[in-house]
Design a protein around this ligand. Structure first.
Ligand code: NDP
Ligand code: GDR
Length: 398
């Protein structure tokens, strides 16, 4: 039997934070996928001290940062992005050199149900961050997590930095609004503020309602049920034809850091830029920095993700019917299944969205050429990593 326990770390109040020596990076959303990976990236690739922001919940959810317990360069702080006082206070007390904002209402499907909260968290709060930086620490570099969802109803493929904003959800609209604010503050006040267009990125720390994790966890459960002679519970999904450009979340963190330090990475500046670009004057730099598209350049349907995930555990099947009656039927695997358990995946229209973004694929040529960023993990490698991790959590090595 697996004993579940709720892990929690010591959380400081903002006013108890003492600014560490040297470079300080404030990262929000550290209980989430990207925030937690960003902390790991900074610990491995820089000597900076990191302050991580997490909002207070009745039951803490520190699973993604439990490995940071006792890490001397990391401190956790109570922080709510929708509370402007929190934003002002963290800048006042921690005086960060970098403010990396991954906190958000990040689930597109929920943005129709909580449209106002999505807007306040993803747009209004960005305005608060920019104002606070302008007033209290104008040389603090700011990153906000932009999204391919801003492109939405795409007009060409693959999408590059010139693609217009055509969001299809309150979420996409909120990120597009934040981008406009960032541009305005950059141009008006010389703040080093960037917002990459990151395409979907995944991994074992992905929230369980996002489609890739829902599939990897579902497949691990199905495999476990088959080999242990337990009844098989199928996975219910929405639009199987949606096409996404999936990367490994860990690869994306390097892109974010490069965007925040363009004077160190920009290859195109060597040829024509004035020497002044290479000094640390943020006002000079801010005139030249760019937002970049980041993604793998590959596209795959939800169906392909499903097939690949089952492949990892040696289960093979076939798609039957179409549209809202479509299902994935078990053909072979570890043992024969009774027919009432053979429907491994089926469509449930309740997971359809009011408006869908059908196809997303990144043209990341610019960031590769100008900042030297390249992804390391392939699509197959990513699916395997996720399914294997979910299997390991079912059968932990003790
Ligand atoms: P997650 O949902 O995993 O993490 C979001 C984090 O934000 C969680 O830690 C959450 O805390 C926190 N949060 C939410 N609301 C608040 C608030 N009011 N105050 C403080 N913290 C809050 O998302 P990801 O890590 O996947 O994404 C990170 C960012 O990147 C988001 O802005 C997302 O919109 C954006 N993005 C993500 C992409 C992806 O494919 N992953 C692609 C493009 C953009 P809690 O744990 O308490 O809920
Ligand atoms: P997305 O990710 O909306 O692209 O936003 P998600 O994994 O939720 O959906 C991807 C696609 O899969 C389809 N889909 C389903 N989605 C979910 N969640 N559950 C299902 O059962 C299901 N069935 C099919 C969706 O319709 C969609 O087309 C993610 C988030 O990380 C955002 O924060 C980020 O900005 C974008 O990626 C880029």
């Amino acid at each position: 039997m697996i004993l579940e326990y709720v892990f929690s770390m010591k959380v400081n109040n903002i006013q108890d934070i003492k600014r560490p020596e040297g470079t300080v990076v404030f990262v929000t959303g550290v209980t989430g996928q990207d925030g937690s990976h960003m902390v790991d990236y900074l610990l491995s690739n820089t000597s900076a001290s990191i302050v991580g922001g997490a909002r207070r919940l009745s039951v803490e959810n520190h699973a993604n940062i439990k490995h940071l317990q006792g890490e001397p360069r990391f401190q956790l702080v109570n922080f709510d992005l929708t509370d402007s006082h929190s934003i002002y206070k963290i800048i006042e007390y921690a005086k960060p050199d970098y403010f990396i904002n991954f906190a958000a209402q990040s689930f597109v499907a929920s943005s129709w149900d909580f449209a106002r909260q999505t807007w306040e968290c993803n747009s209004t709060s960005i305005l608060d961050c920019l104002e606070a930086i302008k007033r209290l620490k104008p040389d603090c570099r700011f990153y906000n997590a932009g999204s391919s969802e801003e492109f939405g109803n795409v007009s060409y493929e693959p999408q590059d930095e010139n693609h217009p904003a055509r969001p299809r959800s309150p979420y996409g609209a909120s990120k597009a609004a934040a981008r406009t604010l960032i541009k305005v503050y950059r141009e008006s006040y010389g703040i080093y503020a960037v917002q990459g267009w990151l395409f979907n990125h995944e991994g074992p720390r992905r929230g369980e309602e996002f489609v890739t994790r829902k599939i990897s966890k579902g497949v691990a459960n199905i495999f476990d049920s088959i080999v242990n002679n337990k009844p098989v519970e199928g996975i219910e999904l929405g639009n199987l034809s949606a096409v996404r450009d999936w990367s490994d979340a860990e690869d994306m963190m390097d892109a974010v850091w490069r965007m925040l330090n363009q004077e160190k990475f920009r290859t195109d500046w060597k040829q024509f830029s004035p020497v002044s670009l290479y000094n640390t004057d943020v006002k000079v730099l801010s005139k030249h920095i760019k937002d970049y598209v980041v993604g793998s350049g590959e596209k795959h349907t939800i169906r392909e993700f499903v097939e690949k995930a089952f492949d990892v555990v040696g289960i093979h099947g076939a798609w039957m019917d179409e549209g809202k009656y479509e299902y994935f039927w078990y053909n072979d695997g570890p043992r024969p299944l009774p027919s009432n358990e053979c429907q491994l995946v089926k469509v449930n229209p309740k997971f359809y969205r009011p408006a869908e973004v059908e196809v997303l694929r990144a043209n990341a040529d610019k960031i590769t050429k100008e900042l030297g960023w390249k992804p390391k993990t392939t699509f197959d490698g990513l699916v395997e990593k996720m399914v294997t991790s979910d299997l390991t959590s079912l059968n932990p090595v003790v």
